[in-house]
Design a protein around this ligand. Structure first.
Ligand code: HEC
Length: 454
């Protein structure tokens, strides 16, 4: 595909239309049935064609109570101290088929209070959280005996997650059930201004996301216990989290009826305290390379592309496990770079490891037997070859306080992130080829000065 063609497609917003996203030369770039993974030169995968750039967010669930949600989350009214009185999930569960006994983990265990924007302290984690905390003692809730888990948790603040762990339509031996990633626990402040939840955007509603979290942090087994996690509790957690914003002014973005809404929609930088010449110049660099490409939600700077979530935050009785994501995810090459050298083979429990081979559907209809060697991102949920390595565009407010960066905490500083986006790894990545970035020393310094005040 020529550069002109790409520009034309981008300008017209036609990336989802065949011919605008398909490679010219199938022989060189395409996929064949049964072929092993072969990196494509261009991002050949279209996205959900219904994605729209509209300012709509998961609504506050009717009848929900944010303060009850805070208690269910496991944090006291100061938003800093753990209080697990109402946050432990356990008891007789006919759905699970046995009595669920909690390991003491609550949401707060991995989302440690407002001063950390409800994310994790920087690693090594044991410098700030005692080894006797349920974070460490309950590690097998996510790790299930994995030998890399303790090191990855303590040194990198990463958790083992299996996207299809509680998907009742997949059997234990299904590779989709086995595939896993090592992911950070992201900051939750401003999560009510996000489209799609979790680092790979697989969470479509807050209810679904919170319920999955409760299932996975409480116990070592893969059993669902829907009967111990009520609609009300999930809604209350949603109400609590949707109130957590880095700047109270941002709440107006969630509400089109708010008098402040339009000002924030019209001026993407209305709430950013830009003052010095370097910050002003940095804003221009950001507008061109970051806002203009992917970080395009005004004043929040995650991706605005979205479709309205099915069920609208309520609990649908039958929620198709393979429904498409409601937000847009990108492949910027971080998974492929695997800078922390993480392992993605299945632990057999006896010192041996087996590659996981995912049968993925390519857009041309071919089946790709994909041997997993990196975090496959959204593809683990969607089953689409084109979604390999695609992750969520994080919100950037207060980003200077959120190190380390990326879904796998693989870059330690903002300088490192900017340098990554100027590197060949990024520019050769699937989306880097569509949104190339090359900054001179001045632009780099200015951009960092701007990012530091977000
Ligand atoms: C064991 C650690 C742990 C616990 C306990 C935990 N989380 Fe998380 N949380 C994570 C990790 C890791 C991710 C990212 C997972 C991924 O990307 O697949 C995450 C992601 C999230 C997100 C998505 C944020 C975003 O930007 O999209 C939400 C919302 C969330 N958690 C809410 C909760 C709630 C509510 C609870 C309690 C019911 C909870 N978490 C308990 C580790 C944890």
């Amino acid at each position: 595909m020529s550069l002109t063609r790409i520009t034309a497609c981008l300008g017209l917003g036609l990336l989802a239309i065949p011919g605008c996203d398909a490679p010219d030369d199938e022989g060189e770039l395409g996929f064949r049935a049964g072929a092993r993974h072969k990196p494509a030169l261009y991002n050949t995968g279209s996205y959900n064609v219904h994605l729209e750039r509209s300012l709509r967010f998961n609504p506050q669930p009717p009848g929900s109570d944010a303060d009850a949600g805070r208690a269910t989350f496991g944090v006291a009214a100061d938003l800093e101290t753990q209080d697990d009185t109402s946050a432990i999930f356990e008891g007789d569960s006919p759905v699970a088929g046995h009595t669920v006994v909690s390991n003491g983990r609550v949401c707060f265990t991995c989302h440690r209070g407002a001063s950390l924007d409800f994310g994790m302290p920087p690693p090594p984690v044991s410098d700030s959280i005692a080894l006797s905390d349920p974070l460490f003692t309950g590690i097998d809730a996510d790790a299930q005996g994995d030998p890399d888990a303790m090191l990855n948790l303590d040194q990198l603040a990463l958790f083992k997650i299996r996207p299809n762990r509680f998907n009742p339509t997949r059997s234990d031996s299904d590779p989709f059930r086995q595939v896993f990633g090592w992911r950070k626990s992201p900051a939750l402040t401003n999560v009510g201004l996000a489209h799609g939840f979790l680092t790979d955007v697989r969470g479509r509603t807050m209810f679904e996301t919170a319920r999955g979290a409760a299932f996975s942090h409480t116990q070592e087994t893969d059993e669902r216990f829907d009967d111990l996690f009520s609609q009300q509790q999930g809604d209350d957690i949603g109400a609590f989290l949707f109130e957590q914003v880095s700047d109270p002014a941002l709440l107006a973005l969630r509400d089109p009826g708010d008098p402040g809404h339009q000002a924030l929609a019209d001026d993407p930088f209305a709430t950013v305290p830009v003052s010095t010449p370097a910050q002003h110049r940095g804003q221009k660099v950001f507008e061109k390379y970051c806002y203009g490409a992917c970080h395009n939600t005004p004043n929040v700077f995650n991706s605005l592309e979205n479709v309205e979530a099915v069920g609208n935050g309520e609990r649908p009785t039958s929620f198709a496990p393979q429904a498409p994501a409601i937000g847009k995810a990108y492949n910027v090459g971080i998974s492929e770079a695997n800078l922390n050298n993480l392992r993605f083979t299945r632990d057999n429990g006896d010192g041996t490891f087996t590659p996981i081979v995912l049968p993925l559907a390519a857009e041309d209809g071919a089946l790709v037997e994909y041997e997993v060697a990196i975090d496959v991102g959204l593809a683990a949920t969607s089953g689409r070859y084109e979604d390999v390595g695609r992750f969520k565009v994080p919100a950037l407010r207060n980003v200077a306080a959120h190190a380390p960066y990326m879904h796998d905490n693989s870059i330690d500083t903002l300088e490192g992130v900017v340098d990554y986006f100027c590197s060949d790894e990024y520019n050769d990545s699937k989306d880097g080829q569509l949104y190339p970035i090359d900054l001179n020393a001045q632009q780099r310094a200015d951009l960092i000065a701007f990012l530091e005040i977000l």
